[in-house]
Design a protein around this ligand. Structure first.
Ligand SMILES: Nc1nc2c(c(=O)[nH]1)N[C@H]1C(S)=C(S)[C@@H](COP(=O)(O)OP(=O)(O)OC[C@H]3O[C@@H](n4cnc5c(=O)[nH]c(N)nc54)[C@H](O)[C@@H]3O)O[C@H]1N2
Ligand SMILES: Nc1nc2c(c(=O)[nH]1)N[C@H]1C(S)=C(S)[C@@H](COP(=O)(O)OP(=O)(O)OC[C@H]3O[C@@H](n4cnc5c(=O)[nH]c(N)nc54)[C@H](O)[C@@H]3O)O[C@H]1N2
Ligand SMILES: [Mo]
Length: 766
């Protein structure tokens, strides 16, 4: 994590000694060497805490080390010895803080006491907890309707906190529960629920031991789910074929040296992962999946019994594929027929296949269609409901899946709400609430007046930054429950509160003794998580405590036993067992080491759809290209007719960041050091534009409502398809308008932004 700006291609495998060095540096920078190392020994252990890094499941609850470099960074940054104190806030005006970059904000350390914004001095000042809750209650009571309040959730929130939170929000009277999932795997939920009757992935870690092929679409596990590399490595070593589909050649999909394998580390050895690497153009995956499906049908590689017994819609689907020409498939995918057929042959040769995908699939306008085409592909060969086969949407935040299970969703099914009402004797509202985009629109036009965030960094994670900032500033009150300082504290409403909370690694002591929380990982394993570090400050409250105490302040007539449930989280889990499907005997089952698996009906080939069967869905390619929300001059219809300066930009994560949390300015595997304002571009496009590697450009996106621009990005010559660009999130979020999002799922299309490049007026890279 040096500050020297340099680009130097990285020729080593993912993992290896550099991963250990990265871990060590993270611990050193946060000055937590001893505490951090002890903390790590408890990460993802049956008696420890769930790593706040990602949602990838734990392999072996009995091994000593179950963490990765980026898990270490997440833990080190939470367990940091640095503190943001009242003196810090007294020293710095909010206007000054807002001018600092995200790395600076994160580096200040843990928040230590509740703070309230004081407009007179433009500073945050200390406030007591009771007074803070009273202020929120007063702001809520002042609303004309509960629907003027918005309650956001990020995906680190535990099941217990999430359950209490949604209960409070519904008892208050609204379903305005947008969450980070709206910007993440929402299209996976929409696509799979319609198609197979469940929005979750069906595979478990054990399936990775039984598959013959793993297809990885639009995901960068080397950075975002490093523990997944262990599974890919083990699979590759036993002969399983791995096919990667990604415009960028991500090192973590190519080669891996396992830092936990003494032999590989000592001999400098590594394991090749993907045996076939497809580099489609951005948004070309619908065509890739269609091409593979077409090949399977033409070679008669379909599982007829499975199709007849468990599916509907096969005939029209097969007919649509036969009618789709190879020219079109090649053109739309950006790949040639031989490459597509090679991938299809791997799929045909495999008896059991797992299909993984990430943000490279979900953050497009046609993401739901693409995911359904990938699922069609699995259905064709009966790749669901048997060992080693099934869909595997790889979730992001460590408990984002669990939060949804607990009811954090703006349109929770009526059956859930009925049970909630019966259990607590309340009448929860039935009108659909706001998702993330609707919430921004509501705040922007004055319908949303109080914004409360349980974690996350709404101001920076959302698209259309200028509009979002204007929306937040219009609010009467913004409240952030947070562990670390971030931009959402600095872009705030007329009144603003910061409520600091405990992190995963910390001891949670309530009236009834030490508490543990639970989380659900990406493969539906539910398990306990308990911290062991003393809290960063004695003034921190747990998230359940914040909800329970807010509820008692804001709902004085409530009959819900908030404080009783808070005293002992077993009481919360008892109520979860009453309300949430699959949580019977919750307290007993979650105490079995490793936790329990939430049953997925499709594992037994039961498809709880309207028809009782899984469906094939037809999705023509016609406008599969990253397209615009409305007609636009100079819109790019296809690569061939693209005006010279039009590109499709994808916004991706660097190796040293956790979403909007910037740990450092390096992106080791992509060879970038000391800077984040970079734009990856192909050799051919550089020549075509007459630019050189290293030149500074401004990036402009063009929309019906006008242009959006970010400035001063250094061009980096890179192995990326022609017409495609990549830059980092969140620096480029300002380019995505609210209106550019996934059809039906409304996930911002952060991976397909139509842009042009112009020479930057700036001389120096920032
Ligand atoms: N260390 C770390 N871990 C994290 C996170 C983090 O920021 N840092 N974030 C967490 C969260 S919330 C999430 S959701 C996950 C995100 O994990 P990922 O899904 O891996 O997220 P991204 O970095 O956004 O990039 C996805 C990949 O998609 C590729 N891609 C982009 N567009 C396309 C396309 O059109 N087609 C194909 N086939 N590929 C494409 C990009 O090249 C990139 O490799 O990680 C979680 N884990
Ligand atoms: N352009 C573009 N935009 C994107 C994406 C993209 O790929 N491209 N990805 C999208 C995705 S997948 C997601 S999930 C969203 C992420 O959106 P968010 O979840 O809103 O953002 P994060 O950056 O993960 O939130 C970080 C903050 O969470 C707080 N925090 C950390 N741990 C805890 C905790 O235990 N409790 C509480 N209360 N707070 C805590 C800290 O204060 C920290 O500053 O961003 C989305 N935005
Ligand atoms: Mo995410």
């Amino acid at each position: 994590m040096s500050d020297e700006k340099r680009i130097e291609p990285y020729d080593k495998p993912a993992g290896g000694w550099d991963a250990l060095k990265g871990s060590w540096q993270a611990l050193r920078e946060q000055e937590v060497l001893v505490k951090g190392a002890n903390t790590l020994l408890r990460a993802n252990q049956p008696s420890g805490f769930d790593c706040p890094g990602c949602a990838w499941p734990d392999r072996n609850p009995h091994s000593t080390f179950e963490f990765c470099e980026n898990g270490v960074k997440a833990v080190a940054n939470e367990a940091t010895s640095k503190r943001v104190t009242r003196e810090f806030f007294a020293q710095h005006q909010v206007t000054w803080l807002a001018a600092q970059d995200d790395h600076f904000l994160e580096a200040q350390g843990r928040l230590t006491e509740p703070m309230a914004y004081d407009a007179g001095s433009d500073r945050y000042q200390p406030i007591g907890w009771d007074e803070a809750f009273a202020r929120i209650a007063a702001a809520l009571w002042a609303l004309d309707s509960p629907d003027e309040a918005i309650f956001y959730t990020s995906g680190r929130t535990s099941n217990e906190a999430a359950f209490l939170y949604q209960l409070f929000v519904r008892e208050f009277g609204t379903n305005n529960l947008p969450d980070c999932s709206n910007m993440c795997h929402e299209p996976s939920g929409v696509a799979l629920t319609e198609q197979i009757g469940s929005g979750k992935g069906s595979v478990t870690l054990e399936d990775f031991e039984h598959c013959d092929a793993i297809l990885v679409f639009g995901q960068n596990p080397g950075t975002n789910h490093p523990r997944m590399l262990g599974e890919l490595r083990a699979a590759a070593r036993r002969g399983c074929r791995i096919v990667a589909c990604n415009p960028l050649r991500e090192r973590g999909l190519e080669r891996f040296t396992n830092p936990q394998s003494t032999v590989e580390m000592m001999t400098g050895g590594s394991t090749p992962l993907a045996s076939l690497y497809l580099q489609p153009r951005i948004g070309g995956d619908l065509a890739v999946a269609t091409a593979i499906a077409k090949f399977v049908i033409e070679r008669d590689g379909v599982d007829r019994d499975f199709i007849a017994r468990y599916t509907h819609g096969y005939e029209p689907f097969a007919a649509s594929l036969r009618a789709t020409g190879w020219d079109e498939l090649q053109h739309e995918s950006g790949l040639d027929r031989a490459q597509l057929e090679e991938a299809a042959q791997v799929y045909l040769d495999s008896r059991a296949t797992i299909l993984c995908w990430g943000m490279g699939i979900t953050q497009h306008r046609r993401s739901v269609a693409t995911i359904q085409m990938l699922m069609n592909l699995l259905l064709l060969r009966g790749n669901i409901g048997r060992p080693g086969a099934g869909p595997c949407p790889v979730r992001g935040h460590s408990n984002v899946q669990g939060d949804r299970t607990m009811g954090i969703y703006e349109k929770m099914p009526a059956a859930f709400l009925d049970r909630l009402d019966a259990a607590f004797d309340i009448a929860s509202p039935r009108a659909e609430g706001y998702d993330t985009i609707a919430a921004i629109e509501a705040m922007h036009d004055g319908r949303g007046k109080v914004f409360f965030a349980m974690g996350g960094n709404f101001a920076t994670a959302t698209p259309d930054s200028e509009r979002v900032h204007a929306a937040l500033r219009r609010c009467a009150l913004t409240v952030q429950v947070s562990t670390k300082l971030n931009r959402s504290h600095l872009v705030h409403g007329h009144d603003a509160l910061i409520l600091p909370c405990l992190g995963r690694t910390e001891i949670d002591l309530q009236a009834g003794g030490l508490q543990a929380v639970t989380v659900e990982d990406s493969m539906s394993m539910v398990h306990l998580s308990s911290g062991m570090n003393p809290p960063a400050s004695p003034q921190l409250l747990s998230e359940p405590a914040i909800v329970a105490r807010l509820a008692t302040a804001a709902l004085p007539a409530s009959r819900t036993p908030w404080l009783e449930m808070l005293a002992d989280y077993d009481r919360i889990r008892e109520r979860i067992a009453e309300v949430v499907d699959g949580f019977g005997d919750f307290n007993q089952r979650v105490r079995v080491p490793g936790g329990f698996h939430l049953h997925h009906p499709c594992r037994d080939r039961v498809f709880p759809t309207a028809s009782g069967k899984a469906g094939f869905y037809v999705h023509p390619l016609d406008d599969a290209l990253p397209a615009l929300a409305g007609p636009v001059t100079g819109a790019h219809e296809s690569t061939a007719t693209t005006p010279p300066a039009m590109f499709t930009l994808m916004t991706v994560r660097a190796h040293d960041q956790y979403n909007t949390t910037i740990y450092g300015n390096d992106d080791r595997y992509r060879g970038v050091h000391g800077l984040r304002r970079v734009c990856f571009i192909s050799t051919g496009d550089l020549a075509r534009l007459g630019y050189d590697d290293g030149d500074l450009v401004d990036i402009t996106s063009v929309w019906p409502d006008g242009e959006r621009r970010v400035e001063g990005f250094r061009l980096v010559e890179y192995d990326i398809p022609a017409g495609c660009l990549a830059a980092y999130f969140p620096e480029t979020n300002a380019l995505v308008p609210l209106g550019s999002h996934a059809e039906r799922a409304r996930t911002p299309a952060s991976k397909s932004i139509p842009v042009r490049l112009t020479r930057s007026a700036e001389v120096e890279a920032r």
